[in-house]
Design a protein around this ligand. Structure first.
Ligand SMILES: [Zn+2]
Length: 261
């Protein structure tokens, strides 16, 4: 028989082993990714987050070609930084997952975030339904019906954790916005950092601006991918509705290894 304290020690040992494996894996991935000398494999896992029939119909109609705008965006932006690898990114679409990822509290403290991130990696490993080649990055797409008028919770990309969690609306009108969020979280998994004020959503000058040299500075017409908003005028921020209105700025390019730091 195992008593309670032995069970606790056992749990801690298992958790440490998981941590070690995760740390090793992330370290290796990080090194491999920075070179950009082979295509990065990204698997997308759709999830019906609200169980609605409309959401299900949207997921049933998904195919991987619909995500080609993200591949094209990254190819276009990488070539501006003399990255010649082609294709740069290869998306695959996994069958729908019938489980929900661990809930994330937006106001969670540092420790809760670490626990959530470990839980997320564990959950991702346990619930993998992708039978193809081992991906570099896994993006979970939680789709919600826009009819519910429910604001979406924050999407997340684990820095160098190679996992992204994206909340989006199951509607073709929101596809451009969804794909922008997927791209932003994907960039986090490559090591890019946010370039906006987390309290106000304002782009941070200069790195969060698509064109920080523009005179006059406003209105900006594009967004830097890690700032996420087009600043039109003071107090007026627009979320880009298409990746045509987004660029990868020099600082983000350095963070993800597209240009020397
Ligand atoms: Zn972000």
């Amino acid at each position: 028989m195992v008593n309670a304290s032995q069970f606790r020690v056992l749990r801690i040992i298992i958790l440490l082993m998981v941590l070690f494996v995760v740390a090793m894996n992330v370290g290796l991935n990080g090194v491999r990714m920075q070179a950009w000398e082979r295509p990065v494999g990204v698997v997308l896992y759709p999830i019906n987050a609200d169980g609605e029939a409309g959401t299900q119909a949207y997921i049933d109609a998904l195919n991987v070609e619909q995500f080609a705008d993200i591949e094209a965006f990254l190819q276009r932006e990488a070539s501006r930084y003399q990255i010649r690898q082609q294709p740069l990114i290869e998306f695959s679409l996994a069958p729908m997952l019938n489980v929900q990822p661990p809930e994330f509290e937006a106001d969670a403290g540092v420790l809760d975030r670490i626990v959530w991130s470990l839980h997320m990696r564990w959950w991702s490993w346990r619930n993998d339904n992708w039978l193809g080649a081992q991906p570099d990055v896994r993006i979970y797409l939680r789709y919600f019906s826009p009819q519910r008028n429910q604001p979406l919770t924050h999407s997340l990309g684990l820095q160098k954790g190679m996992i992204g969690l994206v909340n989006g609306y199951a509607d073709i009108d929101y596809r451009g916005a969804n794909h922008f969020v997927i791209t932003h979280e994907l960039m986090h998994t490559f090591g890019a950092l946010d370039k906006y004020n987390l309290q106000t959503n304002e782009p941070i000058y200069p790195d969060g601006y698509a064109d920080p040299q523009q005179k006059p500075l406003l209105p900006q017409t594009k967004a830097e991918v890690m700032s996420g908003r087009i600043k039109v005028s003071p107090g007026w921020l627009l979320m880009p509705q298409s990746l045509d209105r987004v660029i990868v700025g020099p600082k983000t390019a350095r963070e993800i290894g597209w240009s020397p730091s």
